[in-house]
Design a protein around this ligand. Structure first.
Ligand code: 4NP
Length: 158
């Protein structure tokens, strides 16, 4: 039983840095805005299946008040394309990987998270091999994307 009006799946490559961060940020912002939304995240690759988000993502996210409790890495599965209303990738490679396996009738669900912002930068870059500043920057972009997406949902669904 659910009274969620919409569902969103955030997607990156590994599902340990960017998309779990987007999930954590969006859960808080949806809750703060009183929006009931089914929220999940997944990776196009399955290298880290079952593991918790990267410690560096958790550290910068928790410092800004987001909870990563219970999040576990998983890979995108075909059923996701049917189940979720929005499938939001972090970068163009995520979008290419998603569209390569997404049935044609669901391809309209796939978009970049930052397409809901007016930002010139439309991609959230992979922070995995970089330093802490990269993780902070990723979170800045995710927060902007989440705010833009909340506004979109309010106009369209609530
Ligand atoms: P994410 O970052 O896609 O934001 O979760 C990555 C995590 C792990 C790897 C690449 C990107 N990796 O190659 O293991």
């Amino acid at each position: 039983m659910t009274d969620n009006k919409v569902s969103v799946l955030f997607v990156c490559l590994g599902n340990i840095c960017r998309s779990p961060s987007a999930e954590a940020v969006f859960k808080k912002k949806a809750n703060d805005n009183g929006l009931k939304i089914m929220i999940d995240s997944a990776g196009t690759a399955g290298y880290h299946k079952g593991t918790a988000p990267d410690q560096r993502s958790q550290a910068v996210g928790e410092n800004r008040g987001y909870s990563f409790a219970g999040l576990k890495c998983r890979k995108v599965i075909e059923q996701d394309f049917e189940e979720f209303d929005y499938i939001l990738g972090m970068d163009n490679e995520n979008i290419e990987n998603l569209l390569a396996v997404c049935p044609a009738k669901f391809q309209h669900k796939v978009a970049l998270l930052l397409s809901f912002t007016a930002s010139d930068d439309q991609e959230v870059p992979d922070p995995y091999y970089g330093g802490k500043a990269g993780f902070e920057y990723v979170l800045d972009l995710i927060e902007q994307g989440a705010d833009g997406f909340i506004e979109h949902l309010k106009t369209k669904h609530y």
